[in-house]
Design a protein around this ligand. Structure first.
Ligand code: PRT
Ligand code: ZN
Length: 283
């Protein structure tokens, strides 16, 4: 049976448990237990701090894990990144006090930079030929410049609100991160098959996010124009109506272009348009 390591509490825990639930896998959200057995899929769930997940997977204590790409890159453990999971998005950026006269990355030469991600930062500076002092601190990195511990910081940014509150300006984005599925690099065929099944479920859920099922009535002679407007998955479904001059057209659209497409369809005579939430697209 596969063992998956997930964050025991914190930002990724809830979305991880929710993704598993959407995939039909019920894992207890309990943080008190270290390990439990899921239902809906043969799986042991190991609850760890996110910092420990890459190592647990590299050692084979867990076969797979869900963790931020930032932790994977920082820990430099031997694990395979199998897929992006579409949540926990953030970036790792260099930020400087707003009073600093920032020019470009050479500004960091000889400066002290506080971070909880020393490996990623040292790699970045060395790739760019910058000699700076990397100060590793465990938390509250954003206050380091104000208290005189550092000239700049390298930290996770999501909305940017924390930087603004601390009088800092984001200057260089070093990596973009999101939650990823990682796997031990040498698993037997049986476990690989199980991972394949799990990834199939996750992929269906991720691809269905933001998709809507749209139904409308359309004058029969406009079908060709409607099909040309709708790339769809294959082609839209067209069903006859009691009124022979009209058809019912069904199509899956992404919410990003939903309203554009609806306007175009209305212009060619579509009426009675229903937009429904779509739970899953299984290809
Ligand atoms: O206890 P454990 O070690 O497991 O958890 P942790 O405290 O190390 O991590 P946690 O739970 O805070 O974050 C887990 C993962 O969530 C991170 O490794 C990232 O992959 C991801 N993530 C996504 C974030 C954020 N967004 C985020 N905004 N992690 C942290 N932040 C912090 C950021 O550092 C800043 O201080 O949230 C603050 C607010 O950010 P703004 O820019 O929105 O203001
Ligand atoms: Zn952590």
């Amino acid at each position: 049976m596969l063992t998956i390591a997930i964050q025991n509490k914190g930002r990724l825990n809830e979305d991880t448990v929710a993704l598993m639930a959407d995939a039909g896998i019920t894992a207890s959200a309990s943080h008190r237990k270290l390990i439990s057995e899921a239902s809906g899929f043969p799986l042991h769930v190991l609850y760890l701090r996110d910092d420990d997940i890459p190592q647990a997977v590299a050692m084979g204590v867990a076969d797979i894990g869900i963790v931020g790409l930032n932790e994977v890159l920082e820990k430099e453990q031997d694990v395979d990144v199998r897929m992006k999971l579409g949540f926990g998005a953030c970036r790792l950026s260099l930020a400087v006090p707003k009073s600093a006269e920032y020019t470009d990355i050479r500004w960091f030469e000889g400066k002290r930079v506080a971070t909880s991600y020393p490996v990623i930062l040292r790699n970045y500076f060395s790739e760019n030929g910058i000699h700076a002092f990397v100060h590793e601190i465990a938390g509250s990195v954003e206050v380091a410049p104000a208290v005189g511990m550092a000239d700049a910081i390298f930290d996770i940014v999501s909305s940017g609100g924390t930087l603004i509150q601390n009088g800092l300006v984001e200057e260089e984005t070093v990596i973009r991160s999101e939650a990823v599925l990682i796997a031990h690099p040498h698993l037997d065929a049986e476990k690989e098959e199980e991972i394949g099944k799990l990834m199939f479920r996750f992929r269906s859920i991720i691809e269905s996010k933001g998709m809507k099922y749209v139904l409308m009535n359309l004058p029969k002679q406009r079908i060709d124009e409607a099909v040309a407007l709708l790339p769809g998955m294959k082609s839209p479904t067209v069903m006859p109506l009691a009124d022979k001059e009209w058809v019912s057209l069904h199509v899956v659209l992404h919410e990003n272009d939903l309203w554009d497409k609806i306007e175009q369809l209305k212009n060619i005579g579509a009426a009675d348009i229903l937009v429904l939430a779509l739970e899953n697209v299984i290809r």
